[in-house]
Design a binder for this molecule. Sequence first.
Ligand code: ATP
Ligand code: MG
Length: 427
Amino acid sequence: MEFISVQEALNKKKGKVAIRGWVYRERKLKDKVFLVIRDSSNVIQCIVNSNNTKWNDANKLLIESSVEIFGDIYKDKRAPTGYEIKVEKLNVVHFAEKFPITEDQSQEFLLDKRHLWIRSRKLTAVMKVRSTVFRAIDDFFFKQGYYEMPPPIFTPAGSEGGGPTLFEVKYFNDKAYLTQSWQLYAEASIFSLEKIFCISPCFRAERSKTSRHLAEFWMAEVETAWQDLDGLTKQAEELVSFIVQEVIKNNSGDLKILGQDIEKLKKIKVPFPRLTYTEVLKMLKKDGIKIPWGKDLRTVEEDKIMEHFDKPLIVTHYPKDIMAFYKPKDPKNPKVALCFDMLALEGYGEIIGGSERDLSIEEMKKFLKKKSDNTKNYEWYFDTRKYGSIPHSGFGLGVERVVSWLCKLDNIKDAIPFPRTMLRFKP
Ligand code: ATP
Ligand code: MG
């Protein structure tokens, strides 16, 4: 008989089934052994009676042993997923040693044992949501005629203020840096493909030990020829709304395991609210938080402002001076840049950053010099403004930030299978 997944067995409801997986829980009684078996799809309770020819094997099974089971499935209200299999044939593929992870382990211990903890129901659910997020991003852009074009990972210089957050690597007899963002290469590439996106790893030596920063994370980036800030923010809200609706459609069971409120997520539909940076400061002032104009919003302030909203917020027109060199000033108000961030709900912070791109080589050079950055590294990039320069814009969405938010995670580390942070790059 062919093996089916646990979920397929549950869907079948009755009759003979053959499943395989791992022992998730076991309870040994005098005359029967209860096994909860898990596979990637779900869990199901199985019962082995003492007259089974493999009764001795069943009694030796420890958690995470791998087994093949054949038997009758039937409804049983007491079982964790509502059905039970009466085991006729049990084949132990591997007797596991005593599993080191038991209940109530510290977060650090679980991170040390990540290669085993990845099997947990929680992380399994998160990784399924993550997979949907990746696919949704692909679908969204492909449907709109975008090309996928991943970036180089070795780069000669940074794009995000470079310096302290660059990872330096030995590159033969030279020095190179791991990419922080695809953007500068994307800007060069739109002259060929016009509409491009990628989902790529990014590396930032973030020294802050926040629950929102990883040293290696995945960013979905998009760059579009001829598009202005207005079109860009519309695209960003449509993308996020699409991701959320796809996750609801494909992962409702996972969201339940993670304790996420699906009804709340259903409301995440366009249009999202929009405020300028200056309006945000005014709103914060009413909340009793005074920020001098020109200072970047800190996470506490982002969290505070989000208490007023039940959809992600698009904040536009940040002060030009605190933005990256390629974000252009607004011709109507040169103190602010034509840029935006999207803030998620409930303290999950910034999920997207984007902008129009400066077309003036002179402005960009002036800005870089003011920040004592080396303009030489960007000469190739300035070339893109010399041959048929056009308006264009793009944004980057932090995949793990979105996964953290959708999965209601306490820490971004659980949004990626093997997290790398300032304090950890193992296992
Ligand atoms: P933050 O202020 O939160 O550090 P940023 O302004 O440095 O973010 P961008 O350079 O705009 O971020 O990057 C685009 C997106 O990538 C961010 O909106 C965020 O979702 C994500 N991101 C940035 N840095 C990290 C990181 N270290 N770990 C995980 N995601 C990140
Ligand atoms: Mg940052």
